[in-house]
Design a protein around this ligand. Structure first.
Ligand code: SER
Length: 887
C-alpha cells in the first residue's frame, strides 16, 4: 500500500467516526522550547492544558514531524527518519481509553477491502504502563492474548514532550516481523524484530521539570482526560510494502535510485555505501520539507540543523563518488514524490531549490579549502607525536573557515585522531554569549500563559492604530507579577489589557509603540506592548499618577513622535528590501529584520560580502524610491491572491487566510505586512546605509538610518572629515590623496629601515669570522646572534659567514633570541662535511638546552627552541661536540 494511501485511510477512518480533520501545522511553531514540531499533539497543547477551549471535541491529523536527536542513527538502523509523518487521533475531554484502543485496533486489523490496513492480528503485540489494569483489560477484550501484552515502566510507557506540559501513561502497539529478524520475547526483548507502530497516550496529567524520560515531577491532573495517539506512517508503509527498512519505502527509495544514477555506485553492495545512500534519501526529504516551511541554512538553532542535513547530503554524495553538484536533482525527486500530499513542494519549488543548491555551492567551496586545512592540521598534530586535535584548531576551522565540527569529528576519526571537544564547546559557548539574542523569543519563553487564557478566549484586541493615535478603551484586566489584580497604584509596574488600542504591539520586526494610558487623575506610561497568542495586546506599563482599576474607561495614546519615527523605520525597511532584491536578485531572501524610530536593520541570505559598489547602489535605489514620492497603499486580501500579485511573504510566519499587503511604488515593493507605514515614500526622509556585516555564515545584515537620524549621522561624518582635513592641512576633498601619499611614504620608509637593520646584522658577520675558534682542523663559529633578528635574517647571516671562510672547513652555529623564542641555524661548508660534520647532527647537541627541535640536510639545519635561558649551555654543548668529532 502506497504511503499517500496509508495517510488517506487513516484520516477517513477517523472522520467517519466523527473527528474533525485538521491540517498539519507548520514544522515551526512559535514555541521557544521546541526546535521543530515533533509530534502530532504539539499544535493541540493549549487544549490539553485547558489554556484554550478547542473548537472541536475530537480531531484527526497527519502531522509533519522532524526529530534530529538520532541523526547519527539514520541509515544504520531500519527505522530512524529525521522527517516522518505522524498520523493521530485526539480527544479533548471526549472519549478515553476504550474508544482509543478500539479505533486503533479496527483500523489496523480491518481488511484492505473494508478500508483498513489488513494487519494479521496474530502478529500484533500491545504494551501497557505498569499499573494500567484497565488498558490491559481492554486489550484482552479485543482478543489480544495475555502473553502478547507486556507491562513496561515509565521510560517506555509514560509519555511526555520531554519538557513541562501534558503527559500520561500510554499503550503501544507493536508488529512482530518474525524470527528471522530477532529473538522471541516481544518488544521488551527486541525492538528491531518487534516494530512500534502506534502509541496511544492517555493524556491526563501535567508534568513539571525533570531530568529524563523517567524522572520528572507530576504536578497533578489536567482539567480533563484526553487522548493523543500517534501512528508512524513511514513505519506502517515499510511493513505493508514488504521492504527491509523505512528508507526503501515508496517515498524514499526513488531518491536512492537517483543517487545511484548520479554517483555511479550501487545500493546493496557494501554496508558503508548503503548508509550513505540512506542518509541522502532521508536528509534530502527533511531538507526540502524544512525549507518549504521557511527554514534557511544558518549557524544556530533551526538553521544549523538544516545546514547540517544539507551538508551531510553533499558529503555522502562525494564519498559515493559524485563529482558534480547533486542537490538540485535530489530536490526535484523529493518534490515529485511528496507534492501529492504537500503541494507547496511543487508550487514553491524554485525557492526550495535555490536555497538548497545555494548551500551546496557554498559548502563545496568550504569543503575544498577546509579539507586542505584539516589535512595540514592533522599532519601537524601527528608530527608533534600527539593524537588529539586541539579545541582551538577545531574552533578556527569552524569559525573562520565554516568547516563544521561534525565534519572535523568524522574526518579526525577517519585519520585515527580525536578532537578536544570540550575545548571546542567552551569556545563556542563563549562566542554564543556574544552573539545576538532573540529578545522576542525570550520575552514570553517561560511565562505561565494560563493567566491570559480567559482573555485570549474572549477574543482579539481591536487595533485602532492604523486610523487614529488616541482611542477610548476599557480596562479588561490588570496583571502584576503574573497574577490578575483588581487595581494598581502609583509606582507599580502592571500589564494592562484593553478591549481596543491604537498602540502597535511588537511584531513583524517593528518595535512596539511607546505611549500612555490616561483618565481623570490617572496616568500610566506604556513601556512596551506585546501580543499574547497573536491576538491579545498586553501593555506593559508603569503607573505614574492615581490608580487604575479593572473596568475603568481610559484614553490610550500612542506617542505621535515615536509613531512618526516608527513609520519611517518600517517603510524604510521595505525600501531597502526592494533595493536589495533589485541589485542582488531574488536569492537575497529576507531572514529577519528589526526597525524602530530612525533605525533599521535587515538580514538576508547571501554568500560573501557585498562590494562597496553594491552597497552604494542599494543606497541609491532606496533613496531614489524615497525621492519618487510613491504613494503607500495598504489593502487586505487573501493569501493566494496576494502571492499571485507577487507580494513577498516572510517564511516561517503563520499567516491567516486574510492578509494585509503594503504596496509602495507598484511592483517596486509589495510585502505582506501588518506594520505602520508613512503615506508617501518621501516622508521616510534620507536613508543612509551604515554598513554590511555577517551574522552567521550565509546571512548578511545591512543597517541603515532614516529621517533625521540619517542627517545626524552624516553631520557627524562631515565633522570627522573636517577634523582630518585640518590635521593634514589640506582642503577636505584632498584628504584621500594626501592619506594615500602618506601611506606610500610610510611604506618606503619601512623598507629603508628594514635594509638598514639587515646591513647592521651583516656587518657583524666580519666580527664573527675574526672570532672563529680553531678546533682540530675545523673553524667553528658558535655564537648568540644579536637579539631580535628573525629566523629568515639569521639564515642570511649564517650563509654570509660561511661564505667568508672560502674552502677552509667551517661550521657556523647561530642561536637567535626573538619574541621569547630561540630560532637557530646550523650550516656546515663542503670542507667540514668532508671531515664528517653534519648540520642535522649538531642540532642534537644544543637542542635539549634550548627546548628546541629541528632538522635538515648535512649543509643546513634550522628550527626553533623555546627557552632562551639555555643559550650559553647550548653553545658550550656544540663546542664540546665539535671537539669530540674533530678528535
Ligand atoms: N504524542 C505521542 C507520540 O509522539 C502520541 O502521539 O508518540
Amino acid at each position: 500500500m502506497q504511503t499517500h494511501e496509508i495517510r488517506r485511510r487513516f484520516l477517513d477512518h477517523f472522520v467517519r467516526a466523527g473527528h474533525t480533520e485538521v491540517p498539519s501545522a507548520s514544522l515551526i511553531l512559535a514555541d521557544p522550547n521546541l526546535l521543530f514540531v515533533n509530534a502530532g499533539m504539539v499544535q493541540f497543547v493549549p487544549f490539553f492544558l485547558g489554556q484554550q477551549t478547542p473548537p472541536y471535541a475530537t480531531a484527526t491529523s497527519v502531522q509533519k514531524c522532524v526529530r534530529t536527536g538520532d541523526i547519527e542513527n539514520v541509515g544504520i538502523t531500519t527505522r530512524h527518519n529525521t522527517f516522518f509523518q505522524m498520523a493521530g487521533n485526539f480527544s479533548f475531554g471526549d472519549y478515553f481509553k476504550r474508544e482509543a484502543i478500539t479505533f486503533a485496533w479496527s483500523l489496523l486489523t480491518n481488511s484492505v477491502e473494508d478500508g483498513g490496513y489488513g494487519f494479521d492480528p496474530e502478529k500484533l503485540w500491545a504494551t501497557v504502563y505498569l499499573d494500567d489494569d484497565e488498558a490491559e483489560q481492554i486489550w484482552l477484550s479485543m482478543g489480544v492474548p495475555a502473553e502478547r501484552i507486556q507491562r513496561r515502566g515509565m521510560a517506555d510507557n509514560y509519555w511526555s514532550m520531554g519538557i513541562p506540559g501534558p503527559c500520561g501513561p500510554c499503550s503501544e502497539i507493536y508488529y512482530d516481523r518474525g524470527p528471522e529478524y530477532g529473538i522471541e520475547g516481544g518488544p521488551e526483548a527486541d525492538e528491531d524484530r518487534y516494530i512500534e507502530i502506534w502509541n496511544l497516550v492517555f493524556m491526563q496529567n501535567e508534568r513539571g521539570a525533570g531530568t529524563s524520560k523517567d524522572d520528572f515531577e507530576i504536578l497533578g491532573p489536567l482539567p480533563k482526560k484526553n487522548i493523543d495517539t500517534g501512528m508512524g506512517v513511514e513505519r506502517v508503509a515499510f511493513l505493508l510494502q514488504g521492504v527491509d527498512n523505512v528508507y526503501e519505502t515508496d517515498l524514499l527509495r526513488p531518491i536512492i535510485d537517483k543517487a545511484e544514477e548520479l554517483t555511479g555506485r550501487s545500493y546493496g553492495v557494501t554496508h558503508e555505501d548503503d548508509v550513505r545512500f540512506r542518509v541522502i534519501a532521508d536528509h534530502a526529504r527533511t531538507g526540502a520539507m524544512l525549507i518549504a516551511d521557511g527554514v534557511n541554512p544558518g549557524n544556530d538553532g533551526r538553521g544549523y540543523v538544516l545546514r547540517r542535513l544539507l551538508r551531510r547530503i553533499v558529503r555522502s554524495a562525494r564519498l559515493l563518488g559524485a563529482e558534480k553538484p547533486v542537490m538540485g536533482e535530489f530536490m526535484k525527486v523529493v518534490s515529485d514524490l511528496m507534492s501529492p500530499s504537500y503541494p507547496e513542494l511543487a508550487t514553491d519549488f524554485r525557492r526550495i531549490e535555490t536555497v538548497a543548491v545555494g548551500e551546496e555551492t557554498a559548502f563545496l567551496k568550504t569543503l575544498n579549502t577546509g579539507s586542505t586545512l584539516f589535512d595540514n592540521t592533522a599532519a601537524a598534530v601527528k608530527a608533534k607525536g600527539s593524537n588529539t586535535i586541539a579545541g582551538t584548531d577545531a574552533f578556527t576551522l569552524h569559525d573562520t573557515y565554516g568547516f563544521p565540527i561534525d565534519l572535523t569529528l568524522e574526518m579526525a576519526a577517519e585519520a585515527g585522531l580525536s578532537v578536544d571537544e570540550d575545548g571546542f564547546r567552551s569556545l563556542m559557548a563563549e562566542q554564543r554569549k556574544r552573539a545576538k539574542d532573540d529578545a522576542q523569543a525570550r520575552k514570553h519563553a517561560h511565562a505561565d500563559l494560563t493567566v491570559y487564557k480567559e482573555l485570549v478566549d474572549r477574543g482579539a484586541t481591536e487595533f485602532t492604530g492604523f486610523d487614529e493615535l488616541t482611542s477610548e478603551a476599557h480596562v479588561l484586566a490588570l496583571i502584576a507579577d503574573g497574577v490578575r489584580v483588581p487595581v494598581a497604584t502609583v509606582g507599580q509596574d502592571v500589564e494592562v489589557i484593553l478591549d481596543r488600542s491604537p498602540l502597535y504591539a511588537e511584531s513583524g520586526g517593528q518595535i512596539a509603540d511607546r505611549g500612555s494610558i490616561t483618565a481623570n487623575g490617572l496616568k500610566l506610561r506604556v513601556n512596551d506592548v506585546q501580543k499574547i497568542a497573536k491576538k491579545v495586546w498586553v501593555h506593559k506599563s508603569t503607573v505614574e499618577q492615581g490608580q487604575v482599576t479593572e473596568g475603568d474607561v481610559v484614553l490610550a495614546q500612542a506617542d505621535p513622535a515615536w509613531r512618526r519615527g516608527a513609520t519611517q523605520g518600517h517603510s524604510g525597511t521595505h525600501m531597502v528590501h526592494a533595493a536589495l532584491r533589485q541589485i542582488l536578485g531574488p536569492n537575497a531572501v529576507q531572514a529577519g529584520s528589526m526597525n524602530k524610530p530612525g533605525y533599521l536593520r535587515f538580514d538576508f541570505n547571501w554568500q560573501g560580502q557585498l562590494s562597496e559598489q553594491q552597497k552604494s547602489e542599494i543606497e541609491a535605489v532606496s533613496n531614489d524610491a524615497v525621492g519618487a514620492d510613491f504613494p503607500v497603499n495598504t489593502f487586505v486580501t487573501d493569501l493566494t491572491k496576494a502571492k499571485e500579485m507577487g507580494a513577498m511573504a516572510l517564511f516561517g510566519e503563520n499567516y491567516g487566510d486574510e492578509v494585509r499587503v503594503v504596496e509602495i511604488g507598484g511592483p517596486f515593493s509589495m510585502e505582506l505586512c501588518g506594520g505602520t507605514h508613512v503615506q508617501h515614500s518621501s516622508q521616510i526622509g534620507p536613508i543612509t546605509v551604515l554598513g554590511e556585516s555577517s551574522v552567521g555564515s550565509g546571512i548578511r545584515r545591512v543597517e541603515a538610518f532614516v529621517g533625521l537620524d540619517s542627517y545626524k549621522y552624516l553631520a557627524k561624518e562631515r565633522a570627522l572629515l573636517a577634523g582630518l582635513a585640518s590635521s593634514l592641512k589640506v582642503p577636505s576633498d584632498e584628504v584621500p590623496a594626501r592619506v594615500e601619499q602618506l601611506v606610500d611614504r610610510l611604506k618606503v620608509a619601512e623598507k629603508e629601515l628594514e635594509r638598514t637593520k639587515m646591513a647592521a646584522v651583516l656587518s657583524s658577520a666580519g666580527k664573527f669570522v675574526e672570532e672563529a675558534e680553531r678546533i682540530g682542523s675545523v673553524l667553528l663559529v658558535a655564537v648568540a646572534a644579536p637579539e631580535g633578528v628573525p629566523a629568515g635574517d639569521l639564515r642570511t647571516l649564517a650563509t654570509d659567514i660561511r661564505g667568508r671562510f672560502g674552502t677552509l672547513p667551517a661550521v657556523v652555529v647561530l642561536l637567535g633570541n626573538a619574541d621569547g623564542k630561540v630560532p637557530f641555524v646550523v650550516t656546515v661548508n663542503k670542507g667540514a662535511q668532508e671531515l664528517g660534520f653534519k648540520a642535522g647532527d649538531l642540532v642534537g647537541a644544543f637542542g635539549p638546552s634550548i627546548a628546541g627541535r629541528g632538522g635538515g640536510k648535512p649543509e643546513m639545519a634550522q628550527g626553533a627552541g623555546s627557552d632562551p635561558s639555555g643559550i650559553p649551555t647550548g653553545l658550550a654543548a656544540v663546542r664540546a661536540r665539535v671537539a669530540e668529532l674533530a678528535g
